[in-house]
Design a protein. Structure first.
Length: 212
């Protein structure tokens, strides 16, 4: 039997990254909350798998892609603390909220009108309801900060994401080179504590979303 410091699992190079990973990698799609899907495993099982990997010299969970942005922060309640406890990096997707945080909500775009995954963000009537109107308020605040700083809303939304100590690197999408350059410029934008707080304090709990 292998000792904890040994492993019978072969390791292979990950592309040209210089990293080596075990030839069998454990994914996370089967972990979550049972109130989402009855067949998923809960946090306790994640801990068990992570500990097993450590004890048997296997590749541990090193990162997780979470749905997280200024208008959706439910991951901060349970998942973020767990990732920090396990030492797992967080690389959030949709930091711009499917483009919602790149323009004022009163200025519709082709995506806001055609993207079937926009959900509540494209439903103006629902956004004006008591449960979701805080989302519009956050959009207004991001626009306000952007105007005062003389930068795009996209840069402010990205800078907000990067201000969180638990965020390693946000995953972004773009439809043009100019927009990509704008996002790259946003890496140098540092929001003040007051600006971050002015966005944070507007958030309200909302239904879980972003899980497939």
């Amino acid at each position: 039997m292998s000792s904890p410091s040994e492993s019978n699992i072969p390791y292979v190079r990950l592309g040209k990254s210089g990293l080596k990973v075990s030839k069998l990698i454990l994914g996370c799609m089967s972990y979550g909350k049972k109130d989402w899907q009855g067949w998923v495993l809960d946090e306790e099982e994640v801990h068990k798998m992570q500990n097993y990997a450590r004890q048997h010299n296997l590749t541990e969970f090193v990162s997780m892609q979470n749905f997280h942005n200024a208008v959706y922060r439910e991951e901060e309640r349970e998942m973020v603390p767990l990732l920090q406890d396990l030492g797992v990096g967080m690389i959030p997707w949709s930091p711009l909220a499917r483009g919602f945080l790149t323009h004022r909500y009163t200025e519709p775009t082709l995506r806001s009108e055609k993207d079937p995954w926009m959900g509540v963000l494209s439903d103006t009537e629902k956004l004006r309801s008591d449960d979701f109107k805080f989302i519009l308020t956050i959009n207004d605040k991001v626009a306000e900060v952007a105007e005062k700083r003389g930068v795009s809303m996209a840069q402010v939304a990205l800078a907000w994401s990067l201000s969180k100590p638990f965020v390693t690197a946000p995953i972004v999408g773009t439809t043009s080179v100019d927009k990509l350059k704008d996002l790259v410029a946003g890496l140098n934008l540092k929001l003040t504590e007051e600006e971050i707080k002015s966005i944070d304090e507007l958030y309200r709990p909302r239904p879980i979303a972003g899980h497939m």
